[in-house]
Design a protein around this ligand. Sequence first.
Ligand code: PMP
Length: 427
Amino acid sequence: MSPSTMPPGGRPVALHARGARVRDEQGREFIDGSSGAVCVNLGHGVPEVLEAMRSQAERITFVHRSQFAHSAVADLSNEILSIAGPDYREVVYTNSGSEATETALRLALHHHADGPGDRSVVLTQRPSYHGMTAGALGVSGHPSRRAGLEALHDGTIVSVPVTATDPDRPLPDLADWKEAFARVGPARVAAVLVEPIGGAASGAQEIPPEVMRGLRALCDEAGALLVVDEVMTGFGRSGAWFAHLDSDTRPDLVITGKGLSGGYTPIGACLVGARVLPGRSATELAFGHTMSGNPLSAATALAVLRYTREHRLPERARRVGAELRKRLSAIAARYAFLDEPRGRGMLLALPVRQDAADYGVEPLNRRICSAAEAAGLLLYPSGIDRAAQSVLVTPPLTVDDSELDDLFTRLRSALDMVERADSEADR
Ligand code: PMP
């Protein structure tokens, strides 16, 4: 390929993918150890999904929701609501996780609009990531993605990041949240927004169940909404349909994306709790985008969720995730620069030891990902700072034994490469 036709960043040109294997134009094969950006939960090229897409595309790809209803959209909402249970009453569609965050923020503000006083504060965690659009980025505790964009999001919403007071703790605990409520004034808090298990920002750090339950209680006392971002964790990745189920907490709004379509089409959704905006249509209030809830994306997501249910992928993620974690733990023990894996289900991270997390020319987690790519393995770097620096290991929930064996062989050679380069640099 001549330099003028090189894609930006010199990326390989993808040609074909099946299961957890992606091939490029040069014939090189990569194991998709990250499910793209942690979204290809079913693996690539699942025939049932491709058939649903083809069959829907032949009938109709687009009608606008202001002019027509469509059975694929209605069926998808029924499927999502039957997964979510009786605490949820409506699904508002978007084209991405970021837009689903925006929707949740708008609905939270609408919910409080007729109440007394000014409820415009959203408490969020640092580290966290909720999307790249102005509002979503404005509430994200991800400094490098916000850098230089302050003018875009400051003033869109009052976001108060809640940070752990103890520098050795990666995430705020209940005392930190209580302190934030007291500092801001409970009557000003519109919502608390959290990822139950972090992704890009924290590298699979989990909010403990007692903190999730404590947040629910704090929100109830303050009359604030609890909003949970399940864009990365939702629809099976965490080893359950939703990660918040593990703490037996029912959020008021649930933000989804990624796994909802397994990467087969752009779609996101915000699930609306029964107590939010009672008697009003959240879909109408949230308004939405031209393509929100288009029939082709809805039929695709419906096929993905049916496949997820029929193949019991949440349970599979729990079982295979436990195995994966054991094998990652054995790997971590062999390299001085790695810590014990963390995360839940198949949202796992290999943390870089804090004393090894260098920020020289290239942070160590990025060097690991580059070495992995050279060895034919795709991984995703994560963590906003030294305490969170890590590499996500998140293959498709359908990954089979031979794909896993290849993943680990290539991971070992990538880590050997990094170790060798470091010991040569020390000489
Ligand atoms: N929330 C979380 C937790 C995410 O991981 C992401 C994407 N990485 C988003 C929101 C934004 O989703 P999207 O990229 O689809 O806009």
